[in-house]
Design a protein around this ligand. Structure first.
Ligand code: SAM
Length: 208
């Protein structure tokens, strides 16, 4: 199996150039997320890729720390922020496990198209819970391969056979939701749209 960092490093440039698959849905996700922000919000994103989402949100929040495992992705993200003269995002190269921050540091945590790439998504969800302030929200978009996306599952199988892919977790939406609730999160919003990643917003209870 290819190491995730090597796989994503190699693809960083082409990922940066590839257009968003479904512009309308992406815009709706951005707008929905922005309802959870205020101008003081402290935001953390992991698996940020080339920073597109963080850069969209930057004008609406106090500060964003955005991390990714791939140095090439982070370099592109930093260059994009510099070109756009955006100063309230710190892009850092890190895994979620190695990211250092005090508990209850963030109002919003974002994870888009990343939980299905982790071997232990439940552990990641627990880390996010610790990082959030009471009342904070976790905004997630996750490919749940066990539920649909059948052509992707075939590609995944072929990729695995030839050792061309990093680890991919064939998640079920209900299993994922179970991880969230077992951790202590309350469901705040969920889209149930066929053939789309599971867009779910979780809240850490105020009294926690
Ligand atoms: C499918 S891309 C998603 C990027 C971005 N969030 C988006 O929605 O466009 C997955 C990203 O997660 C990063 N990644 C993969 N495994 C990771 C891990 N274990 N920890 C942190 N980031 C990881 C990759 O480098 C890549 O940039």
């Amino acid at each position: 199996m290819v190491k995730a960092v090597d796989f994503w490093d190699k693809r960083a440039e082409s990922y940066a150039k590839s257009p968003v698959g479904d512009e309308e849905t992406y815009k709706e996700k951005l707008e929905t997320t922005q309802r959870y922000f205020d101008t003081d919000s402290q935001v953390f994103e992991f698996g940020c890729g080339t920073g597109t989402t963080a850069l969209h949100h930057a004008p609406f929040v106090g500060n964003i720390i955005a991390t990714d495992i791939s140095p090439n992705m982070i370099e592109i993200a930093r260059n994009k922020a510099a070109d756009a003269d955006i100063g309230n995002i710190q892009f850092q190269c890190s895994t979620l496990e190695d990211f250092e921050a005090a508990d209850s540091s963030f109002d919003v945590v974002m994870a888009h198209n990343i939980l299905h790439l982790l071997e232990d998504p439940e552990r990641a969800i627990k880390i996010v819970y610790q990082l959030l302030k009471p009342g904070g929200v976790f905004v997630t978009s996750t490919v749940c391969l066990a539920d649909s996306f059948s052509h992707w599952r075939i590609l995944l199988l072929v990729g695995k056979i030839f050792g061309k892919l990093p680890y991919v977790n064939v998640l079920e939406r209900e299993t994922l939701k179970g991880y969230f609730s077992d951790t202590g999160f309350e469901l705040d919003l969920e889209w149930n749209r066929k053939k789309q990643a599971a867009f779910i917003v979780l809240k850490k209870p105020e009294a926690s």
